[in-house]
Design a protein around this ligand. Structure first.
Ligand SMILES: [Zn+2]
Length: 413
């Protein structure tokens, strides 16, 4: 074993330890006291059920990450990548096709190993806690559809990057960057009308009190909507959500049918005002710019490392093939992402506070918003007392009690 392998394994293990520590601290932080804000929302029984739910999910996540860590280490140390490459090369295809076979084998193996964990998550945990509405048929068809979509999108991007790095020597990363940004924008525009309907049914929100309330608010705020949709989230889970997607012609607001069933018109309009806030405050554009910049930086670093022998030595590869380099580079990305993801999460939480503020100052119904947030937390069995370290590492939304406190501090003139 060479020093590069050891350094790389050290990083993989370090990431695992940090994430596992956050998970364990999070479970230790559970409190038996129902916060006074939730009086009348959580009864003792439901509250302890929510804590059991957190424990069950944490246990599964620790078991699965331990399994994948072990599998990765064994695969790397037994020179698995070099073995997969001998299979890929044996077809005598050109570089791009060989690369697609190589990546295809690696990713298929990973996807197949993931299946038992998602089966357990959906049919044991979600089922036992009364969330699951999915039957085996939906589960399998979801899996197949997402595989086909990922395979098509992944193959196109992977082939494009391979082609650029093999044919445009100078500034290949810059061309690859441009290609990825164009592709990302394309997907953002068309996903709501092409990909998402493959998984769920979207129907226009029917006329009535709710639609009137939302349209009236949107008109007052000069917000042009291209569509207000109801999604059949109840097909998979009793959990609820609302989101905003697409741009321009494809811009649409989507409410889960499960959300509509459980909330008041004022509560739902507050939630939508929050979603519109994300748009009005430029959060969505900021997010696209930031993640594009990130892919640009990654591709640039990749272009510097691609021909370094140590990258291939670390994974016991006998040849230096760019397609394998891309996969190895993604391993180096794990420790980098441990640093980047808290930064992204920090900004995401900041945006959540801003969108709440937007909702309260424009729709002006703080109590309706607070009640909706409480109801959402109870219905989705959210953890009311997440550990600070867990929040720091990966929480895209602030813990609900802090959101409520922040809303209570807003002064309406
Ligand atoms: Zn939000």
């Amino acid at each position: 074993m060479n020093i590069y392998t050891l350094i790389m394994l050290f990083f993989i293990i370090a990431v695992y330890l940090v994430e596992t520590a956050a998970n364990l601290l999070n479970v230790k932080n559970i409190s038996n006291n129902i916060p006074p804000e939730f009086d009348g929302y959580f009864d003792r029984e439901k509250y302890s059920k929510a804590q059991e739910y957190l424990k069950a999910n944490t246990k599964l996540s620790v078991i699965s990450s331990t399994f994948f860590l072990t599998a990765q280490i064994i695969f790397i140390v037994l020179k698995g990548f070099n073995y997969v490459n001998t299979i890929a090369v044996s077809f005598s295809f050109g570089t791009i096709l060989t690369g697609l076979v190589f990546a295809g084998i690696v990713f298929s193996a990973f996807e197949i190993l993931k299946i038992p964990f998602s089966v357990y998550s959906v049919f044991i945990i979600e089922e036992n806690f009364g969330f699951n509405k999915m039957n085996v048929k939906t589960f399998i068809s979801d899996l197949l559809k997402s595989w086909i979509i990922t395979a098509i999108i992944g193959a196109v991007i992977f082939a494009a990057i391979l082609w650029l790095f093999a044919n445009v020597y100078r500034y290949a990363w810059l061309y690859a960057f441009a290609a990825i940004v164009i592709f990302e924008l394309f997907i953002t525009f068309i996903a709501p009308v092409t990909i998402m309907p493959l998984f769920n049914k979207y129907t226009s929100l029917e006329d009535g009190e709710l639609k009137n309330s939302i349209e009236e608010y949107a008109k007052k705020e000069n917000f042009k909507m291209k569509g207000l949709f109801k999604m059949d989230g109840s097909k998979r889970s009793t959990k609820s959500n609302a989101f905003f997607t697409g741009f321009g012609k494809f811009r649409r607001i989507v409410l889960f049918d499960t959300l509509i069933q459980k909330h008041t018109v004022d509560g739902l309009t507050s939630i939508l005002a929050h979603e519109m806030g994300h748009f009005k405050l430029g959060h969505i554009v900021k997010h696209i710019i930031f993640s594009s910049a990130l892919s640009g930086i990654m591709l640039f670093i990749f272009s510097l490392l691609i021909d370094k022998a140590w990258l291939y030595d670390a994974f016991f590869m006998r040849t230096q093939d760019i397609y394998a380099g891309i996969i190895f580079f993604s391993f180096l990305y794990a420790p980098v992402s441990l640093i980047i993801s808290p930064i992204l999460s920090y900004f995401s939480r900041k945006h959540e506070y801003e969108a709440d503020l937007y909702s309260i100052t424009t729709y002006r119904k703080p109590q309706a918003m607070i009640n909706a947030l409480k109801k959402l937390s109870v219905d989705n069995m959210s953890n009311l007392y997440p550990h600070k370290f867990k929040v720091f590492l990966e929480y895209s939304h602030p813990p609900v009690l802090e959101r409520i406190k922040a809303i209570n501090r807003i002064k309406l003139g």
